[in-house]
Design a protein around this ligand. Sequence first.
Ligand code: ACO
Ligand SMILES: O=CC(=O)O
Ligand code: MG
Length: 698
Amino acid sequence: MTSMINRAGLSIDERLATFLETQVLTPLGRDADAFWDGFAALLADFVPRNRALLAKRIELQSQIDDWHIDHSGKPHDAAAYRTFLENIGYLVPEPGDFQIGTKNVDPEIATMAGPQLVVPILNARFLLNAANARWGSLYDAFYGTDALDAPPAKAGGYDKARGDAVIARGREFLDAALPLVDQSWADLADKDDGTLQDESQWVGFTDKGLLFQNNGLHIEVVFDRNTPVGADDKAGIADIMLESALTTIADCEDSVAAVDAEDKLLAYTNWLGIIRGDLEESFEKGGKTLTRQLNGDKAYKTSAGEACSLSGRSLMFVRNVGHLMTNPAIRHADGDEIPEGIMDAVFTSAISTIDVEGHAKYGNSKAGSIYIVKPKMHGPEECAFTNDLFDAVEDLLGLPRHTIKVGVMDEERRTSANLGACIHAVKDRIVFINTGFLDRTGDEIHTSMQAGPMMRKGAMKGSDWLLAYEARNVAIGLKHGLSGVAQIGKGMWAAPDLMGQMMTDKIGHLRAGANTAWVPSPTAATLHALHYHQENVFEIQKSLPQPAGLDALLNIPLAENTNWPEDELREELDNNCQGLLGYVVRWVDAGVGCSKVPDINDVGLMEDRATLRISSQHIANWLLHGIVSEDQVMDSLNRMAAKVDAQNAGDSTYIPLIGNEDAPAFSAAKDLIFKGVEQPSGYTEPLLHHWRKVKKAG
Ligand SMILES: CC(=O)SCCNC(=O)CCNC(=O)[C@H](O)C(C)(C)COP(=O)(O)OP(=O)(O)OC[C@H]1O[C@@H](n2cnc3c(N)ncnc32)[C@H](O)[C@@H]1OP(=O)(O)O
Ligand SMILES: O=CC(=O)O
Ligand SMILES: [Mg+2]
């Protein structure tokens, strides 16, 4: 039973209050009473503003819905539609010329280009792994994935044929990134052999190897004849270690299921462990108990013998939740829950203050900044709210102005359409814009829900709005001076097992001008790092083509022809239902917020709340416009539930969907579809939280 205590008129979960007071405020030397008084005053200022912003979302959406209903059956008049959006204040005037003024940004964000890893904050094992993913073994990444074009490894220990292919591919990489004079890396006899074409690429000696640099990223060639691989290798090379995830986002948002004080406490405790540097997790793997901790720095010596080090850990961001949800962990005197986004801003900043005030074992930001990713903001007013909130949090914690930096997810249509103004609203603290195309697709469907039936989900990827969105984001970021100061980032690779395809496709993100892009795992980070050796993003950014304009962005992805054959309809529905059920059942029953779920072609896809938003909104749209019937949806849900049950048969804790159709998981799935049209912005959080709480209570 949760015990609540009173602090400055707020009712706070006792465990959470004790955590903050003893683990955070005391080590920081902050007075708890003054803190809670300040927190209550901050809430008094910001809660009404937060509510007003949510009300404005609803008002705008209802005006857009009405416009489409009024214009139904007529050809879409793009000019009239744009004027209408201007008239209702959905589109606002451009802010004109300005450059962002962010200061004290770490080089991993400002001047380096490389992968960005995202990790669910509630999973300490993964979180530690992610923080340590600054360095990754290229040999392991090739050996274990389809990024290597060679026959798969045979079971039963080390497969030498595959190992040889890995080594050959590794040499190819070294020849391209660190070319030698008149020689290939494959010809080297030992560590002292060979001369670099560009000798400035050599950085120094590590414990067992040589350290190099290319396009700002480090490469350690490990020479060790005492390992099986090194012993067999002509030059004694045992591995190639790549600087991989330059930055990592510890996610409190779409990849976690956090619905109450217990869950929020775990999130904040894990963040504290990462910041303080003492997070530790023990787990069983391969029949052994392993204990994982944060890695230390990588020591090396320069040719002159000077001792230096490189960070052994990824630079950490924390993603707060957006402005929508509230959480029962803290309530006002009248019993109302406080906004979770405000709670996250205050708690994660307070914890990060331990870093910027120098109490951490390793230290995260050497520049003295706190990096927060803010998702799902709709337009400049909501960005301005975040900016003011972060000002207030800085005042509450006694931090210098703009210590708290913000990464703006460009993932709602009103933000994409007014991106310059959004950047302007946070111009002195912005450290990234990132195209969260998954949420953005969900919002695209929801915003134009009443306009007509949408094209198939797969076709959306090539649609006008999406291409315009991606290109405009980069162009607007460059126009306002993000290059060299902040990241221009691109979205998630959502097929964690298709690394070969990632190697082909994801280099496109760099060629589009992004200096970072999201990856789902440390292995993907190491492989994606190869792209940054291949292309120099900062050079690419100097000569990008002019992007499409706002009209292309506002082009609604309606289906041109809705006469889909039965088998295509069924395939679309089944695919959406399978992903939706496979994700929701783990969210509601097991509290897992990010899962790898097989699609109908048995390709494991990363599913999180944003992909759920797409599938649920897509089905809701087709239902609304009569493309599919309620019976067809139920038929698909039932057939796919059986499939999802079979996929989870090996999990002894799994509760089947079939036979439990009225239980929380299946109920959540049905609600997400059948109540999809009325969900705010098509978000899945309200229903997921509701049904998870029912499950937890149950
Ligand atoms: C739209 C958006 O908002 S995208 C952002 C949200 N999405 C994410 O954060 C994706 C994060 N990724 C993940 O959660 C996972 O990779 C999943 C769910 C996609 C797949 O998970 P699994 O099926 O367990 O992965 P798999 O079995 O292939 O690999 C597990 C191993 O990889 C590691 N791993 C996988 N993903 C990550 C990660 N993101 N960070 C750190 N380590 C990871 C695990 O630690 C584990 O290694 P270990 O046994 O040594 O601990
Ligand atoms: O948060 C990322 C997205 O694609 O949505
Ligand atoms: Mg998102």
